[in-house]
Design a protein around this ligand. Sequence first.
Ligand code: N01
Length: 482
Amino acid sequence: MSTASVLIAGSGFGGIALAIELKRAGLHEFTVLERADEIGGVWRENTYPGAACDIPSPLYSFSFAPNPDWPRRYSGQAEIHAYLKRVAAEYGVDRHIRFGTEVTSASFDNGRWTVETSTGETFEATVFVPATGQLSEPALPNIRGLGSFDGPAFHSARWNHDVDLSGKRVAVIGTGASAIQFVPEIRRDARQVTVFQRTPPYIMAKNDTVYRRWHRFLFRHLPFTQLLGRLRIWLLAEYATFAMTGHGLLTKPFELRTEQLRRRHIKDPGLRARITPSYPMGCKRILFTNDYLPALASPNVDVETGTIAEITPRGVRTEDGVEHEADVLIYGTGFAALDFLGPLKIRGLGGRDLAEVWAKGARAHLGMTVPGFPNLFWMYGPNTNLGAGSIIYMLERQARYIRQAVEHLSRPSVSYLDVRPEVEQEYDEEIQSRLAGSVWTGCSSWYRQADGRVSTNWPGLVSEYHLRTRRLRLSEFRTVGD
Ligand code: N01
């Protein structure tokens, strides 16, 4: 039987999860288009010093490919990238990847997607799956004078490893998950690090463990031991999500822990006050680290909380008029997460432009399908990000759902599946009304648009997402050709 063909844009954890799901189901008609020359998504791009995952590896891995060889509970970027490459090779999906091929546009016509790429090649398929991630486009801040700095300046996700920081004065803008990982590393070599903090993050301790030989022996020969660890972290993440989605009192014990940590590591009451958050815990991502607070307390690190007025050729000027001179400027300013499309142009039925449909914010049924854009399935799409837990779990659920759609579309009589507008509308209203009661409306963050809409995060437990995506419900779709 011939099967529906699939084009996947992106070979990060999402694209690879789907490729493996299709392969395991015997659906071999797929191609992954990858702009870079290697797989890996964010785990290829983010090579800054100290880059690691703050979700423990037993959970931050594919359920079908546990890895007994993780070096530690919180593995680093290189190990995670190597894991993804190894699993892709083991399942034979690396052979389906076209590297150096960025998808620039996709349009649906006559029951097929035509995808144009940066190489000038055009591909056609029944199904198109953007798996380009929410955190793939680095965001530079909108600050006057950006670009006027005389020395080296780069974003954390485009780390310039040619710049030697030894003995240099380094200005870091941002205090998110990336900055709190690289600041402790760079301060070892740098003469001086000035961290420009706009909003302090909540910091929790990382309960890290180096896995010894006996751990690895147990994980390999008694896999349930690793599975139990996975289950424990999964349950903790579900608890945290439950707290963030309308049960804020449950975060109180953790708030006390963060206060204790600050007291333990930061003896200067002035500094402690400056790094104490004043918004509800969980509203911005909670950060796990054991070395960021000690780094802030070290003599060669300053925390500057004055508002940045401009970047100058010599450094950063704050609104009080002080120019903070620096030799190197590093932007730890995050990603354009709300811009799901990025440079990609997508046209659906009747030439409808997805950018116009999403002008007020990205939205999709179960984060995957959009009315008028048949056979288009997003991975890590709108409202599928997590405030706690492993995104790989969500990606596996999406892969399974999309695989079912591909199976259905492989019937000779079916040409396309188009989610019903009323289904998507009702879903979006439900998601947004639930999000209104979540912690994420209590501050500004990359989860939230300027008008307040939260268009990145899933408002429930991951177990709920699992249940809701377990079966593709054909009644939710207009099926053409059936
Ligand atoms: O980026 P961020 P990130 N002037 O957006 C500040 C994932 N991740 O790269 O909070 C001054 O969190 C901004 O300030 P504020 C993870 O999902 C995962 O660190 O907006 N400051 C903030 O401090 C994470 O959430 C891992 O007030 C400005 C910082 O820049 C996501 O990636 C590791 C500014 C941006 O923080 C993004 O993390 C690393 C301005 N104009 C990343 N503009 C894991 O371990 C922005 N800022 C899994």
